[in-house]
Design a protein around this ligand. Structure first.
Ligand code: NAD
Length: 349
């Protein structure tokens, strides 16, 4: 089992992902840190409390409300002001305790406070453990655009402990489960995909080994392509469609989680892959698997509507869309296609 994974960028260790079976096991990672400031989601004050009980000398803590509306420059300024008032120096380390909203926000503040101080993550959602808290993408929403302002700076460490998931609502758990399954569709060593399906369906949150395995896949991809010039795009499997689904849901005032959109998006990617001969029968098998896991598989919106949203993205990127298509469980390819070709594959199959 992976207990510690190093993220290496350009031959240098840039950060690490460390597993612990209890929250208190974070303590050695912070020993010798002169100034730790905890930025935490108020929903997980219990986790922040356990961290602070285990780590002597935390200099200050800042609670935030984790909402997409609050993932904003205003909150960045509030956190920065709190750090300044508490006397945080350039030696300070910001410790983010929460889901992806909190780790994105706190990492961004750290990256600009006094021209950049260090940060580390204690992700408390499955989604953040396998995805958001690894890889160094930080940032906030701006006007109506998601994650429009931000930087890529690696956290010193990401501490992963399945214990924190005990209080995570099932729907949020499943949202992260979709990202975990996505990871294992991309790389499937040791039959992780099938084991993840069984774990997710079991209702247990005790999945430390699988969470670390998924985190290791992401850490490996990030090490090879930290700034998304090529391979890191693979992690977008299902996401081109998912973003279009989320966009349409927002317009209709409907509530779709990111993971639900990703699950439906992966099924659509498999449909395109089947239609283009990249894969065979994958749409049917993913549909069956995700249904077993309790995830939605059928996009409720007309394909033409999704194509419109994707077309807008396409214009922003000037031409073709990088579609990530699954060949089989454990292997994906990137194909640059026009939205028209993808739409044709979706509606004729
Ligand atoms: N940086 C990246 O690479 C990256 C990747 C994927 C997603 N993201 C970002 O992550 C965000 C979504 O992340 P998320 O799903 O973790 O969202 P989140 O931070 O909003 O957490 C989801 C909900 O769960 C609550 N919560 C968190 N941990 C809990 C726990 N242990 N017990 C009870 N409640 C808990 C939160 O208060 C919130 O209501 C988005 O803003 C997205 O843009 C970033």
């Amino acid at each position: 089992m992976h207990k510690e994974i190093t993220i290496t960028i350009g031959g240098t260790a840039a950060g690490r992902v460390v597993g612990g079976s209890r929250i208190a096991e974070i303590a050695p990672l912070l020993s010798g840190e002169p100034e730790v400031f905890v930025v935490y989601d108020e929903q997980v004050s219990w986790v922040a409390g356990e961290v602070m009980a285990a780590v002597p000398g935390v200099r200050g803590s800042i609670a935030i409300e984790a909402t997409e509306e609050g993932k904003s420059m205003e909150t960045v300024l509030l956190i920065a002001r709190s750090l300044l008032e508490a006397g945080a120096s350039r030696k300070a380390l910001v410790l983010a305790v929460g889901g992806g909203i909190t780790t994105d926000l706190a990492g961004f503040v750290a990256s600009i406070y006094k021209r950049g101080i260090r940060y580390a993550n204690v992700p408390t959602t499955l989604l953040a453990q396998v995805d958001a808290a690894i890889g160094g993408k930080t940032g906030v929403n701006f006007d109506s655009y998601k994650n429009m302002l931000g930087v890529i700076v690696q956290p010193v460490f990401t501490f992963i402990c399945a214990e924190v998931l005990q209080t995570l609502p099932r729907r949020d758990f499943l949202s992260g489960a979709a990202e975990m399954l996505k990871t294992f569709v991309i790389e499937n060593e040791d039959d992780h995909y099938a084991r993840a399906l069984a774990w997710i369906s079991s209702g247990s949150t005790d999945g430390q080994e699988l969470i670390l395995a998924a985190a290791a896949v992401k850490a490996g991809v990030v090490s090879r392509d930290p700034f998304e010039a090529g391979e890191r795009r693979k992690l977008n499997l299902g996401h081109t469609f998912a973003h279009a689904i989320e966009h349409e849901a927002r317009l209709r005032g409907e509530d779709v989680t990111h993971g639900e959109a990703v699950a439906m998006g992966m099924v659509l990617a498999a449909r395109v892959a089947d239609a283009l001969g990249v894969s065979s029968g994958l749409e049917a098998s993913l549909t069956q698997d995700f249904t077993t896991a309790g995830l939605p598989t059928q996009c409720p919106y007309p394909m033409e509507t999704l194509a419109e949203a994707m077309d807008k993205d396409k214009k922003a990127e000037g031409g073709l869309v990088h579609f990530v298509l699954p060949e089989r469980i454990g292997s994906v390819v990137i194909r640059d296609l026009s939205v028209a070709v993808a739409l044709n594959a979706l509606i004729t199959n």
